[in-house]
Write a protein that binds this ligand. Structure first.
Ligand SMILES: NC(=O)c1ccc[n+]([C@@H]2O[C@H](COP(=O)([O-])OP(=O)(O)OC[C@H]3O[C@@H](n4cnc5c(N)ncnc54)[C@H](O)[C@@H]3O)[C@@H](O)[C@H]2O)c1
Length: 351
């Protein structure tokens, strides 16, 4: 039984004409320096311009990643007629203003999650987008990561039969100090971390019928706000669970992150490698056990890449495809809005 037999598709396919898209980036912070730019550069994407309200940061990344230019003002950046795609990665409170100005200047947009820091503004972004003829995608890139894309392929190919249950989990220690601004957020874990998993759950299984949330305090909270999150999700025919622990006492190489998906014809166990150890110790993988022609097969697949940062190719490639084919990209504005609604439901339904 080979990998080919199981047909597990998880690669983010590069559009043939990727070189024709000129990309400009707004925001020269952590995520752009550590994920967007390294992976875009490694894959020869055309990054032409960068802007940040902090000029020094923009200049630093222009030099580090050999970008053609940096702009000294937002107007200068948006007047750059060569740009086809604007990639926005700033704190969410500035998303709407930058989104609207980019649309006015006829740019297609990739915007970081969360779509906005509140539902009202997210709805306004959605309305403005609907009226435009441009394309926009949201950087919910966990759903494009190897282990998650592989799970989707396994589910779509019906190797597991009818789904009975699923569980996504992460047991690790998270150092919150690199995101000091999280202190100002009412539910920092759900709004900035679990949102990735909730978007992924929507991608794999759709919206739940109902859910119950348990937030748990630990010795790794932010200002007494509970950072461990446990959610039970009910679907018409099955149940799911999300279990996120940020105060593990284990050695980092023994942390665990992944999922188990159980069906009436087998199970699939996945490893989300970015959340274990230093995040680069090994690759994503899945173990598939299922019945084929009356026989039980068990197969382990090591996958190419990780959530951080190969998955960052998914949203930008999907945006390019949508421009090429006049379709909606996969993690589009409407989907990201639905994910924000699920986040609100998780916050409202605490037990
Ligand atoms: N998808 C993911 O996995 C992921 C991971 C981390 C962060 N993020 C998101 O990316 C965004 C940025 O996060 P970060 O960790 O890079 O933050 P950061 O604080 O390191 O960087 C933000 C940058 O934006 C700049 N900035 C702020 N307002 C601006 C404006 N109006 N115009 C231009 N530049 C402006 C700041 O000067 C700063 O350089 C956040 O929304 C965050 O939620 C997503």
């Amino acid at each position: 039984m080979s990998k080919e037999f199981f047909k597990i598709n998880y690669e983010n396919k590069k559009p043939r004409n990727y070189k024709k898209f000129n990309i400009g980036i707004i925001g020269a912070g952590n995520i752009v320096e550590n994920s967007h730019l390294p992976i875009y550069k490694k894959n020869n994407l055309n990054v032409k311009n960068i802007f940040d309200i902090n000029q020094n940061k923009a200049r630093k990344l222009k030099e580090k990643f050999k970008i053609e230019k940096y702009s000294k003002s937002l107007d200068e950046f948006l007047n750059d007629k060569s740009l086809d795609i604007v990639d926005i990665a700033v704190p969410a409170e500035f998303n709407k203003e930058l989104f609207v100005k980019s649309i006015i200047n006829k740019k297609n947009i990739l915007i970081q999650k969360p779509l906005s820091n509140n539902l009202e503004t997210a709805e306004e972004i959605k309305k403005i987008y609907k009226q435009s003829s441009l394309k926009s995608n949201v950087n919910h890139q966990m759903q494009f990561s190897p282990a998650i894309s592989a799970a989707k392929s396994v589910i779509n190919n019906k190797y597991l039969g009818k789904i009975i249950s699923f569980k996504l989990f992460t047991y690790r220690f998270t150092d919150w100090s690199i995101w000091p601004w999280l202190e100002k957020i009412d539910y920092p874990e759900i709004r900035y971390n679990s949102i990735h998993y909730l978007d992924t759950i929507r991608y794999l299984f759709g919206n739940p019928q109902s859910l119950v949330t348990k937030l748990k305090n630990s010795d790794n909270d932010i200002k007494d706000k509970p950072m461990n999150t446990n959610i039970f999700l009910k679907y018409p025919d099955f149940y799911g669970e999300l279990d996120i622990i940020h105060n593990s006492k284990e050695k980092s190489k023994n942390w665990r992150a992944g999922y188990e998906i159980i069906g009436d014809n087998g199970r699939c166990d996945g490893v989300i490698s970015s959340m274990i150890g230093n995040g680069y110790n090994f690759l994503d993988s899945i173990k598939l056990t299922c019945k084929v022609n009356g026989l039980i097969y068990e197969k382990f697949f090591e996958l190419e890449g990780r959530w951080f940062s190969e998955a960052f190719l998914g949203p930008i490639y999907s945006l390019m495809d949508s421009i090429n084919n006049d379709t909606e990209p996969r993690s589009n504005i409407y989907e990201a809005y639905e994910t924000l609604i699920l986040v609100e439901n998780v916050i409202q339904n605490q037990n």
